[in-house]
Design a protein around this ligand. Structure first.
Ligand code: ZN
Length: 328
């Protein structure tokens, strides 16, 4: 069984790997997954061992990841008998290496809801450097002293990190039946993953979905970046006899990026995207591109129609490689 969550010792809370990535790149929070200790999310299993019994992470700090991020058992990780997180795939001999990664594969844990309000984290003691020791001391005398967190919105089936449902969609794209079966809720709208994710060319079908498409080009302007999609929207204007193809794009204001809590990671991501020869895909939620008339470059008196939107929240916007979507 793969890890849906792992217990983070210093935050005294269970995090998904997507929470960990979000914290790693958040410049307003002091957090570095390489220095944190993660343990089995099974409370009974965790309290049976000392704090040195930890898990590893994969792709927790790689901005432009291709393979699915996850927690993993490392050769020294122990679990109690019957713990569902004992991975049968992990060799007991301790031969596992980064190159011989065994827990890799599609994302198995589909969040049923994307929460639009970000999750808040509170470190218990004020000084992060002593956290681990304090908690270790507290834990050692009695396993029974562990206090269970009440269930809350950070429960395993909900997330506030957009990358999580996107990874579910991308890494399971070949399994259409699974994507039809798994439900996703955002705000008031619930739909299976397969229909909540809408190809950009069909954006007229329904508003308020997660739109995605292959990127044709990214333009770097003074005030903004413009993402052009390959696919076009076929649309019949009132008074016209038949449908015509229209380009689709989204704008990212540089002011918005400058004020973003993950500014550095975001700029790294978009710079990589501009220079990359690999096919890239863009996913966004929160705005629906609409038909706008823009002046023609060749003749400023002429205008042409384009479906366009300004991205309003960078937390709900992703550019990434997605090998599973090749040909889409
Ligand atoms: Zn365990």
């Amino acid at each position: 069984m793969k890890f849906d969550l792992a217990y983070c010792l210093s935050l005294d809370d269970k995090l998904s790997i997507y929470d960990v990535r979000d914290l790693n790149f958040d410049e307003t929070v002091a957090f570095d997954s390489a220095k944190e200790q993660f343990q089995c999310p099974n409370d009974a299993c965790r309290v049976a061992f000392d704090a040195a019994n930890v898990l590893g992470t994969f792709n927790a700090k790689n901005v432009n990841y291709v393979r699915t991020p996850h927690f993993k058992n490392i050769p020294s990780t122990r679990h109690i008998e019957g713990c569902p997180y004992v991975s049968l795939k992990t060799p007991a001999s301790g031969l596992e290496t980064e190159g011989g990664e065994t827990d890799d594969g599609p994302e198995e844990h589909f969040p049923s809801e994307l929460l639009l309000t970000r999750r808040e984290y509170v470190r218990k003691p004020s000084s992060p450097t002593v956290v681990a020791d304090v908690l270790r001391d507290e834990r050692e005398p009695s396993a029974a002293s562990h206090v269970e967190h009440p269930s809350r919105d950070s429960a395993p089936d909900k997330t506030s990190v957009f990358a999580h449902p996107v990874e579910c969609f991308v890494s399971n794209f070949a399994d259409r039946e699974l994507l039809k079966r798994m439900p996703l809720k955002i705000g008031e709208h619930t739909a299976p993953y397969g229909s909540f994710f809408k190809k950009i060319e069909y954006l007229l079908d329904n508003k308020g979905l997660i739109y995605w498409g292959k990127i044709k080009e990214i333009k770097d302007y003074t005030q903004s970046f413009r993402i052009d999609f390959e696919a076009k929207v076929w649309f019949k204007q009132p008074g016209e006899a038949k449908k015509k193809p229209y380009s689709v794009n989204v704008y990212l204001s540089k002011k918005l990026i400058d004020n973003y809590r993950k500014r550095k990671a975001f700029l790294e991501e978009i710079k990589h995207a501009i220079e990359s020869d690999a096919p890239l895909y863009c996913f966004f939620y929160g705005v629906t591109p609409e038909l706008k008339q823009v002046p023609s470059k060749k003749n400023s008196e002429q205008t042409f129609g384009v479906f366009s939107a300004n991205i309003e929240n960078l937390d709900h916007f992703i550019i990434r490689e997605a090998p599973g979507l090749a040909g889409q």
